[in-house]
Write a protein that binds this ligand. Sequence first.
Ligand SMILES: *Cc1c(COP(=O)(O)O)cnc(C)c1O
Length: 248
Amino acid sequence: MLRETEIEKRLQSIHGRMNAACLAAGRLTSDVRLLLATKTVLPEQIAIAAQLGEALIGENKVQELKSKWDALQHLSIERHFIGHLQSNKVKEVLKYVSCIQTVDSLNIADALQKRLEYEDRCIDMMVQLNTSSEESKFGLQPSEALKFVEQLSKYPRLNIVGLMTIGLFDADPDKVRPCFERLRKAKEEIIKYGLLNAATFRHLSMGMSNDLEIAIEEGATIIRVGTAIFGQRQYPDSYYWNENTPTA
Ligand SMILES: *Cc1c(COP(=O)(O)O)cnc(C)c1O
């Protein structure tokens, strides 16, 4: 378990990096939000971050949302879903989050629309794109984004607020940057075609512990950081990003 002072120090360091990257890119620091990726992180540690002023977290598994957030109901912290969603988990996930960042099929959109109609409400969502062409990652190809967003116009309960991607893991920025560029360009194209307007379709969720500076340069409005704040995880990320990987 990390102590409060350690979490505080790491959060300060991340905010320092975010501010420096915004300054370098000529962007307002208020235009980029930090989302804490809290998979495997204990509720006590999340509560410390919330008390230090963090207001946005993302979880990858419905089961983890359920077990943590029944205990942390008192925290006023916005929660997004950032994992792969299965249609049989839609009803559960809607109890816990205000935004689903990972919609990548009409099958999931159907399930969400149906449940939201029943509950008579709407939800914010993003379309996940696979910008690195790695098979292990979910998401649509960037070339499919325009058509998919067009199809989503038939789902009035879904507010499309942006695009999300997991970039390539590579120490070489020249390989990482094109992934983020692809996401930005896909967003620009959707706006250019008049499918959505820039005021509501405004987010690019991209960039993590290792590549947040590049993501901010390329226009990220939400960066998702886990390891740099809460430390190494016990399970490899493939466990969270690819259902076919056996659990450790
Ligand atoms: C775990 C995770 C992150 C954070 O990754 P770190 O390298 O730990 O910062 C970001 N996005 C998604 C979808 C994740 O699953």
